[in-house]
Design a protein around this ligand. Structure first.
Ligand code: URA
Length: 208
């Protein structure tokens, strides 16, 4: 499976706090941002850099800077917005592209009701953010949209993944790596990840 679980004590600790049933909206939102930052750190490990000459305090030295077009972060509405600030803390110059999906009542497949992409998507690495990779339908649909825009370097950042979602993404888009804080057991009959976090969107926005 094309999934990278970020095996780190801070990640495990923060995720466990989010799993507590009485985790407040404030705490859940804060932890979502903190975990997003740690996931983005791992997912940005292979960003290409180039060396350049800079004027240091003691003369000219070689430094490194990120090469090419600035990366785009792609939150999937609504819950993905909860991870946005965390990623931007780490990559403040990132451009933001947004995707909103809803289920088509006939086909039951996710279809886009909102999409706004930054320019030159074909030249930018893209980091999709969505806290829960459940069935994988929304993630696959978002990757489809990005590839239609010419994106060739796509990663997905999620807090919790279900094996069903990882499998769907892997089958449809084997070139896309999913970075997750945890790979949980399964989906229940209502499409919730078990043990999961419950409804992450409601918990981030306080709408439960
Ligand atoms: N979306 C959520 O917010 N939680 C789940 O468990 C599955 C999908």
């Amino acid at each position: 499976m094309n999934i990278r679980i970020i095996d780190h004590p801070l990640v495990r600790h923060k995720l466990a706090l989010m799993r507590e049933a009485d985790c407040s909206t404030y705490k859940f939102r804060t932890l979502t941002g903190e975990l997003a930052r740690l996931l983005a750190y791992e997912a940005s490990r292979d960003i290409e850099t180039e060396s350049y000459t800079l004027q240091g305090w003691c003369g000219e030295i070689q430094g490194e800077r990120i090469k090419g077009k600035t990366l785009t972060v792609v939150p999937i509405l609504r819950a993905g917005l909860g991870m946005l600030d965390g990623v931007l803390d780490l990559i403040p110059t990132a451009k933001i592209s947004v995707v909103g999906l809803q289920r088509d009542e006939e086909t039951l497949k996710p279809v886009s009701y909102f999409e706004k992409f930054v320019s030159q998507m074909d030249q930018r690495p893209a980091l999709i953010i969505d806290p829960m990779l459940a069935t994988g339908g929304s993630m696959v649909a978002t990757i489809d949209l990005l590839k239609k825009k010419g994106c060739t370097n796509i990663k997905a950042l999620v807090l919790v993944a279900a094996p069903e979602g990882v499998k769907l993404v892997n089958e449809a888009h084997p070139d896309v790596t999913v970075y997750a804080a945890a790979l949980d057991s399964h989906l229940n009959e209502n499409g919730y990840i078990i043990p999961g976090l419950g409804d992450a969107g409601d918990k981030i926005f306080g709408t439960k």
